[in-house]
Design a protein around this ligand. Structure first.
Ligand code: SF4
Length: 169
């Protein structure tokens, strides 16, 4: 069972295009100015099987959507369950574009098996002193938008090229 707070189908701020965003429950950090404090307690939200969540997300994905985003909370707190969800989705829709937001740095999580199934990782905690409202798809300057497969292949951080076309339809 995976724990989540909400799913929305019309986000334009959690990655390129219109995206289906799943807010997973639980985060070990307590960043000042956290945008989603109700998602921090591990025991909050609701439980669902990984298969049911994957099926729900596949049903919500329509041709207008550019992809799926997992936010929170910190989705990588439940990384084994997230791996099950994304594996199920990738078996049925291999090319779906997947972004994950996490408070961990890329260096801390790069060896988790789930990373191989993620297209883009927005990493690092929200740091209020680094907040910059002109940033796109991230809240503070320390956070990086990382092309995961290029970074894993090269062994060094490769930032995601924002103009890249990710629409699946
Ligand atoms: S990492 Fe994100 S969800 Fe967790 S406390 Fe910080 S801002 Fe909130």
């Amino acid at each position: 069972m995976i724990r989540y707070g909400d799913v929305i189908t019309d986000s334009i701020v959690d990655g390129p295009g219109i995206r289906v965003v799943t807010f997973l429950q639980g985060c070990p950090r307590r960043c000042e100015g956290c945008h989603n404090p109700s998602l921090l307690p591990r025991e909050g939200g609701q439980e669902i099987t990984e298969r049911e969540l994957a099926k729900m997300l596949l049903k919500k994905l329509t041709p207008k959507h550019a992809g799926l985003t997992f936010s929170g909370g910190d989705p990588l707190m439940q990384w084994e369950k997230l791996l099950n969800v994304i594996s199920f989705i990738r078996k049925r829709k291999p090319g779906v574009n997947i972004w994950v937001y996490t408070g961990y740095t890329f260096e801390e999580v790069k060896d988790l098996p789930v990373m191989e199934l993620i297209d883009v990782l927005v990493d690092g905690p929200f740091i209020i002193k680094e907040k910059d409202i002109s940033l796109v798809f991230r809240g503070s300057r320390n956070q990086r938008i990382i092309d995961v497969s290029k970074s894993l292949e090269s062994g060094e951080i490769r930032e995601f090229f924002l103009e890249k076309n990710v629409v699946n339809s």
